[in-house]
Design a protein around this ligand. Structure first.
Ligand code: THG
Length: 582
């Protein structure tokens, strides 16, 4: 209904009260302890912000998480200190609220100091501690949860998934805000561009996406512009009071209250932000000016241009490649490449990473990663490889496995937006089916999904059958699983057509026809194929020709992507007519 204004810095305000070592209960500098030892101080900070007219305050729980409390040896107090912090903010908010003018409590969920992408902490442990953080905030009366100052996209996922689980358990509708931190070099600490952050975070089901900390508003402007153009979600921004200058008495933040207010006037008008505030170095004085400048404004409506795709830790890659098809590298597959299999069996992980890098050079846009191999511990192999690929690969990862536990292991290592390869109806769609298990993972992690045209009767062979299964998949995934149609990638499946068996003669044609019809019925859906399957059994030179010609036919029928050996696809103009005809 209107632009909301949140508060400013907390830490510096607390310091101004000069809490004693006793106040910290011996944990010097652990601000969250003050929620129980000195509620008067914390409430005083909240009241100072409400007094200048802000709509929302953030709870004093930025460090009420596994890593930060862990450093003080009190990681078991996450829930207690979160609840106490939320209760204090609630009291302050209720003291200022009126019927016409409600005041809100945003439960702060900080980043901690351990980055899961770098292996400092396991995803599960982090997620569970965030669940306790969120549960405490909800129990204490927070109106929304704000996952903020995020530096690692995998940490964002752990926090948001933990928050969603706590919300589910509490049975209350609590909005989730996620704010990432973009450094002066234009990316998050681990190198994620804003596009990668949007791609990975939006499908997690957050309600507001934004930026906070690290820089002043000027440095945030380009990134906010990107979000304004491409994000469906409402946006927020809580900058520092400029870039800190180091002085003899510590950091000095140069941005004046008037300058912060002017920035938010511009951001709300141009980028349609709905929630604004301040971070380090901002004071009640700053927020007073912001309230004067933007309070009561209506959020400006945006017309975002959505670009469906997946993301590595670093960048977003759209599913639709303007001039060609999206190439998914097939060689990082223990079944599909002897070199990769041997490297994996020898646990020569560096060699596995080299094969991944080779595909980047070959022109792949994404990488299919498959570790399934009889007799191996797939979960351990996937952990090892997805962990390495997460930082070594600039390309998004397609996790290829039939095992839910293996897919989960991959998802818990990848900060970007992955694609799950794949689901199908081979054993139906009941509660214990692979379909249901894998879709639970897809939804919780905000992944995209490859869906195969296989049903209870087997692999669809005719175009009609393929189209029927594809339609069932699309309707099911969009209505029962809340998937967007553009995040579903239908695989019509190719069989080997050079086996010499009469009944396989039409298989290639049926696949092409199915692609054409599915794209006619669902123009927004994505399509893919494991291309090289078509030519199993032929000699290498013939495979190159058949793969390239078949791909060309499929792309002309509307195929969007294919799992390929990218450097072995030859353009039609370079294939002699006679070979193409054969
Ligand atoms: N659909 C989906 N996913 C898939 C497939 C599919 N994933 C696996 C597979 N099919 C696609 N990947 C490959 C990878 C390699 C080969 C075929 C398909 C291949 N490899 C050479 C061979 O076996 O002869 C080996 C090359 C080597 O050892 O270097 O052909 O259909 N969604």
């Amino acid at each position: 209904q209107r632009v909301l204004v949140a508060d400013g810095a907390m830490g510096t305000m607390l310091q101004a009260y000069d809490p004693s070592l006793d106040d910290f209960d011996g944990h010097e500098g652990c601000n969250e302890v003050l929620n129980v030892t000195r509620p008067d101080i914390v409430r005083g900070v909240h009241e100072a912000y409400f007094a200048v007219g802000v709509d929302c305050v953030e709870t004093n729980t930025f460090g009420a998480n596994l890593a930060a409390l862990g450093e003080y040896g009190i990681a078991d107090r996450v829930f207690e200190l979160s609840r106490a912090g939320a209760a204090l903010a609630r009291e302050a908010a209720d003291g200022f609220a009126s019927v016409e003018r409600p005041r809100f409590v945003l439960g702060s969920m900080g980043p901690g100091t351990k980055l899961p992408t770098l292996g400092h902490v396991a995803f599960e442990a982090l997620r569970d501690a965030y669940e306790a953080n969120a549960a405490g905030l909800i129990a204490g009366g927070a109106d929304a949860l704000i996952v903020e100052t995020c530096q690692d996209l995998l940490q964002v996922k752990a926090a948001v998934v933990g928050a969603r689980r706590a919300i589910e358990a509490a049975g209350r509708d609590v909005p989730v805000i996620a704010q990432v931190t973009i450094e002066t070099n234009g990316a998050m600490l681990l190198g994620s561009e804003i596009g990668a952050a949007l791609s990975a975070i939006e499908p997690l089901g957050v309600d507001v996406l934004g930026l906070n900390c690290a820089t002043g508003p000027a440095e945030m402007s380009e990134h906010l512009r990107y979000l304004a153009r491409h994000a469906r979600l409402p946006l927020s921004c809580m900058p520092n009071a400029g870039l800190p200058e180091l002085t003899a008495d510590g950091a000095r933040y140069p941005l004046s209250p008037e300058e912060l207010a002017a920035a938010h006037v511009q951001f709300t008008a141009e980028y349609g932000l709905g929630l604004v505030g301040g971070c380090c170095g901002t004071t009640p004085e700053h927020l007073a000016r912001v309230v004067e400048a933007v309070a009561g404004r209506q959020p400006v409506e945006r017309q975002p241009r959505i670009e469906p795709g997946a993301a590595s830790l670093y960048q977003h890659v759209p599913f639709r490649q303007d001039t060609s098809y999206l190439a998914i590298g097939e060689r990082t597959n223990a079944n599909g490449s002897k070199a990769f299999r041997e490297a994996m069996l020898a646990e020569n992980w560096e060699e596995c990473v080299d094969i991944a890098r080779g595909q980047v050079r070959d022109g792949a846009h994404m990488l299919d990663l498959c570790v399934d191999y009889v007799g191996r511990d797939g979960v351990a192999d996937m952990r090892e490889l997805a962990f390495r690929f997460a930082t070594a690969s600039t390309l998004p990862i397609v996790l290829d496995s039939t095992e839910p536990a293996v897919l989960r292991a991959g998802l818990e290592m990848l900060g970007g937006r992955a694609i799950i390869n794949s689901v199908n109806y081979e054993d139906g769609d009941g509660p214990d089916s692979r379909f249901t298990k894998i879709m639970g993972l897809v939804k919780e992690h905000g992944a995209a999904v490859v869906a195969l045209t296989i049903d209870e009767e087997g692999q669809a062979r005719t175009a009609d059958w393929k189209v029927r299964v594809a339609s069932r998949l699309i309707e099911d995934l969009t209505t029962n699983w809340g998937m967007r149609v553009e995040d579903i990638i239908i695989d019509c499946l190719t069989f080997p057509i050079a086996t010499g068996q009469e009944e396989t003669r039409r298989d290639g044609l049926e696949t092409i026809e199915a692609i054409r019809e599915i794209k006619r019925r669902y123009p927004q859906v994505q399509t893919t194929l494991g291309l090289s399957n078509i030519s199993f059994g032929l000699n290498p030179a013939a495979r190159i020709v058949l793969n390239s010609v078949f791909l060309n036919e499929c792309v002309n029928a509307g195929l969007d992507s294919a799992i390929v050996h990218a450097s072995k696809i030859v353009p039609m103009a370079r294939i002699p007519d006679e070979q193409r005809q054969v």
